[in-house]
Design a protein around this ligand. Structure first.
Ligand code: GLN
Length: 452
């Protein structure tokens, strides 16, 4: 814990942590030592972790990296983090993220951009770590913590993992409790770990997962020993390669990475089959209707009355307006406006309802594929390697295109893992994604470890 606290101090230029909690960390570490001495250490005894600032931490400031939450200090702990502490983990501090987890570059945070510890060969240019869990990915990649919590609504665990050569898994919807996690789009949000290796991710996930009566969408199923899946044979497994993910103009190095990954799995005894997910091309536009719709509803609670920031006005209406104008950043305001629009009486059928129908078709594509005996699907994690800070700020749609390979998984509620698989011509990490059957994270860990 001391070594990690020192590393965090020395790496403040990365802006990965928005709050360091050294006193608490040392107290938790001492407590872990005492538990170990009593033979009650727990599976994560003394393991220092970073916590994405979307997770409510009791008596520790939680902001979702939005000004509107101000200095909000929750009087409760999220279920996922409380399970980590139950198992002996140590909290080093709170990690930066895109405001309310809306973004793909960690540039929308009210605390400013996070820096990726990776650089292009021979260049000093600062790159984004991806988003929204950019602080988590950057901190794990720079060895500031042994693992981190993260959340994924459309790719926010897997894309930053791919940009930083770390491992990130978005579990099946319902596998982890969402209780005490700041909500973005409730039907898509899931918590998961970002870690240094597939094995570490498996260990962390076992502690994070599990049924929680406080979240009615969390599923009452036993949590398997995910670590046991590491090193398990993948012989005879059928791996689908979806032809619709082969995009026009896809960079050659992404194509190559993808076929390398397929070859490694084949060498390990898996069977590769071409599959079709015909509604893939509608996933991104449908996601950018469903996610903002749910966000606009979830964010209605930030009205200047219940949490954090309040900017006064002459009437209550003006107070709402002033608070929201000052408290929400540009991307969040854009989402609230899109969401309110697609849910409004005249447009609901044309946009929101239609997007929900598309979502059902996307889910069915995967079901059909798995019904043919496919165990998992292999795709690139991102369409490119990490890009420069400020490079994609101007056009929101260009930013949204980053999520092209990841959003389908959230729309279908499936588990997806991103594992480091190679580098581009400039030495930047690239990741591959494996998509699994519902609640079959174990297969993803087994396959992920073969690629890693
Ligand atoms: N980049 C996507 C978005 O901005 C996904 C973010 C996330 O998964 N939280 O909505």
């Amino acid at each position: 814990t001391d070594a990690h606290l020192k590393a965090i101090e020395d790496a403040r230029v990365l802006n990965a942590f928005v709050l360091e909690t050294p006193d608490q960390a040392r107290a938790m570490a001492r407590d872990a030592d005492a538990r170990i001495a009593r033979g009650e250490g727990g599976p994560l005894a003394g393991i220092p972790l970073g916590i994405k600032d979307l997770f409510a931490t009791k008596d520790v400031r939680t902001t979702a990296c939005s000004k509107i939450l101000g200095n909000f200090v929750p009087p409760y702990e999220s279920t996922v983090t409380s399970q980590l502490w139950r198992d002996g983990a140590v909290m080093l501090g709170k990690l930066n993220n895109d405001e309310f987890a809306m973004g793909s570059s960690n540039e929308t945070s009210c605390f400013g951009a996070v820096v990726n510890p990776w650089r292009r060969d021979g260049s000093d240019k600062q790159l984004v770590p991806g988003g929204s869990s950019g602080g988590s990915a950057s901190a794990v990649a720079a060895l500031l913590c042994m693992g981190a919590t993260a959340t994924d609504t459309g790719g926010s665990i897997r894309q930053p993992a791919a940009f930083t050569a770390t491992v990130g898994i978005k579990p099946t919807y319902g596998r982890c409790s969402r209780w005490g996690i700041v909500a973005f789009a409730s039907s898509l949000d899931q918590a998961g770990p970002i870690a240094r290796s597939t094995r570490d991710a498996a260990i962390l996930m076992r502690s994070m997962a599990g049924h929680d009566p406080k979240d009615t969408t969390s599923v009452n199923r036993e949590v398997p020993d995910y670590e046991a899946a590491i090193g398990k044979s993948v012989k005879g497994m059928k791996i689908g390669i979806p032809k619709e993910y082969r995009l026009d103009g896809m960079p050659g190095e992404i194509e190559k990475l993808w076929s390398d990954g397929a070859n490694w799995l084949k060498a390990a005894g898996a069977e590769l089959v071409e599959v079709s997910l015909p509604h893939t091309k509608y996933a991104l536009p449908a996601y950018y209707i469903v996610a903002p719709a749910e966000a606009s509803s979830n964010l209605a609670r930030y009205d200047g009355v219940r949490y954090g920031l309040r900017v006064p006005g002459r009437s209550i209406g003006e107070m709402y307006e002033n608070t929201r104008a000052r408290g929400f950043g540009a991307e969040v305001r854009r989402r609230v406006m899109i969401g309110t629009y697609v849910l409004s009486a005249g447009y609901y059928d044309a946009y929101y309802l239609r997007a929900q129908k598309v979502r059902t078709l996307i889910k069915k594509d995967f079901e059909d594929c798995f019904a043919k005996g496919v165990h998992a699907i292999l795709t690139p994690a991102t369409p490119s390697a990490a890009f420069g800070i400020g490079e994609k700020g101007a056009d929101p749609v260009e930013m949204y295109l980053n999520d092209i390979f990841t959003v389908t998984v959230n729309m279908a509620g499936l588990p997806g893992i991103a594992v480091p698989a190679g580098k581009d011509a400039q030495g930047l990490p690239l990741g591959l994604q494996l998509i699994g059957r519902p609640f079959d994270e174990e297969t993803l860990f087994s396959l992920g470890e073969v690629i890693e």
